[in-house]
Design a protein around this ligand. Structure first.
Ligand code: LRH
Length: 492
């Protein structure tokens, strides 16, 4: 009979995991096979990802599955957006991929707009939120700085595609991950040749675009030898983690917005068509590709990055968990100071704690001292930022937004879920926390005919995981404090 187990490899910008999903009686059962760190590696001031570390952790996950005697139908890989690996004509990686947090692209957009194409034209062509680390600006930076590997790159493969290639020896460009690059036309779902030309590139520098559900290839002979696995297929899922997460939103109808909460907070709605207008341009909203052909009309909000970076500093002094941090925040006085989570000073700071204190000092607010005060400031500010963006979404949506679904690791933070409900005045439904891995698994299940479509997938998520509801409380107080937040919200 048909195999109903699938392996999801889900790589985030701070950690990765391998999750085995098995579908039985219309339910998805999940088991974590491997979890590992994915730190940004700084070498002489430049920031990289360790491609081979990730590859080895994937191979280790396969060995683990094999040792446990589990037979899987396929493997799917998703990762964070925009980053890519350069391969030479011999098919070998030319160097470790740069991390999008590398500061060398910080002024690239302005340079690109003045030298090459205006901001508006760039947006209108792609419908993608202008962010300095988009692949477009990373490539432009490599061209500008005469990066030695730029002219000898034969193929650029986005992160999930590069890892799938290392497993199968087959090169593809998966559509959802490519949509984060700012190189695609959202209407035709293909590369914009004029944009590529400005970079001195052509479509030949990329592998053919495939859509979620396509089999990329099977495990190469060397991987089969090392893992003792057979010729297991590697399937293109939604290579973009956020696209895999959104497809696993446990929504019952279409009247919802989602907040995919991890290192980033991605807040948006599903749209049948791209929405690329004056309004979305001025609001700087993105039109990324959805796993089912819909468009993810969303905004990148700096999310748990703020707290992750503070935690790194606190950990130098004492062992502290996220539960500890949330507990200390709960015990701190509310509404003392706010930041704009998306201010550029927080994008890649040497010390996040110092940047937060500076922001508060410069805006004439209380300067937070303790762990609890800083964490409280971050969580309240995020809740208000979510309200701001949700207000924009309400204007863009042609349907009423009745529920906000918070999915991803950040949905486990009950305090933040409650703050968010209070701030937005709308019901929050939290979970699943492993939405990305679930979406990855269900897209493989769909490719092998085990589930039929998006609504069946979402029904299966609801059958399989516990969701938590948060109703708005103290809404008048949160409204009043929102105007204080707006007063100190500095535009970028
Ligand atoms: C979240 C994410 C987000 C991108 C960012 C680079 O992990 O994929 O959607 O914009 O990483």
């Amino acid at each position: 009979s048909k195999l109903t187990s699938f392996l999801a490899i889900d790589l985030g910008a701070s950690s990765g995991r391998a999750i085995l999903g098995t579908i039985r009686n219309n339910k998805l059962e999940m088991k974590e096979v491997n979890r590992f760190a994915n730190p940004i590696i700084e070498v002489n001031g430049r920031l990289f990802w360790d491609l081979f570390h990730l590859y080895r952790e994937i191979v280790k996950s396969l060995k683990e599955i094999q040792l446990q005697g589990i037979e899987i139908a396929s493997i799917g890989i998703d990762t964070w957006g925009v980053d890519f690996v350069s391969f030479g004509t011999d098919g070998e990686p030319l160097r470790m991929p740069y991390s999008y947090r590398d500061t060398r692209t910080f002024s690239a957009p302005e340079k690109f707009f003045s030298k090459v194409l205006s901001k508006k034209e760039t947006y209108m062509k792609t419908g993608i939120q202008i962010m300095n680390f988009n692949s477009l600006f990373q490539l432009f930076t490599q061209q500008e700085e005469n990066n030695p590997i730029y002219p000898i790159t034969d193929k650029f493969l986005f992160m999930p595609d590069a890892l799938s290639y290392l497993l199968t020896n087959k090169m593809v460009t998966e559509y959802t991950i490519a949509s984060t690059s700012q190189l695609l036309n959202p209407f035709t779902r293909s590369f914009d040749n004029e944009l590529l030309q400005t970079l001195g590139l052509s479509e030949e520098k990329f592998a053919p675009i495939v859509f979620p559900g396509t089999e990329i290839g099977t495990l190469s002979e060397s991987v089969q030898r090392e893992t003792h696995m057979g010729a297991v297929p590697v399937v293109a899922v939604a290579g973009h983690d956020t696209a895999s997460a959104v497809i696993a939103t446990p929504a019952e109808n279409e009247h919802f917005a989602y907040l995919s909460s991890g290192t980033w907070s991605l807040m948006g709605i599903e749209s049948k068509e791209p929405v690329v207008t004056e309004e979305t341009f001025s609001l700087n909203f993105t039109n990324e590709g959805g796993a089912d052909g819909s468009i993810r009309l969303l905004k990148n909000i700096c999310g748990m990055w703020l707290i992750e970076q503070c935690k790194k500093e606190w950990t130098l002094e004492r062992n502290i968990s996220y539960d500890d941090i949330v507990r200390e925040a709960t015990q701190s006085e509310p509404f003392r100071c706010f930041i704009n989570p998306d201010a550029s000073c927080f994008a890649s700071p040497e010390s996040m704690i110092n940047e937060i204190r500076n922001y508060c000092r410069e805006t004439g607010q209380h300067v937070p001292q303790t762990i609890g005060e800083i964490a409280r400031c971050i969580y309240e500010s995020l809740a208000f930022r979510y309200k701001q963006v949700l207000n924009n979404l309400k204007e863009l949506a042609d349907f009423p937004i009745e529920t906000l679904h918070i999915i991803g690791g950040g949905s486990q933070n009950k305090m933040l879920n409650q703050f968010t409900a209070n701030a937005i005045g709308t019901t929050v439904v939290a979970g699943p926390s492993e939405a990305t891995a679930i979406g990855n698994i269900l897209l493989q299940a769909k490719a092998s005919g085990v589930v039929a479509d998006k609504s069946e997938m979402r029904q299966m998520v609801r059958n399989s995981v516990d969701l938590a509801r948060f109703e708005p409380q103290e809404t008048d107080l949160w409204k009043e404090k929102y105007s204080e937040y707006l007063n100190v919200y500095k535009e970028l």
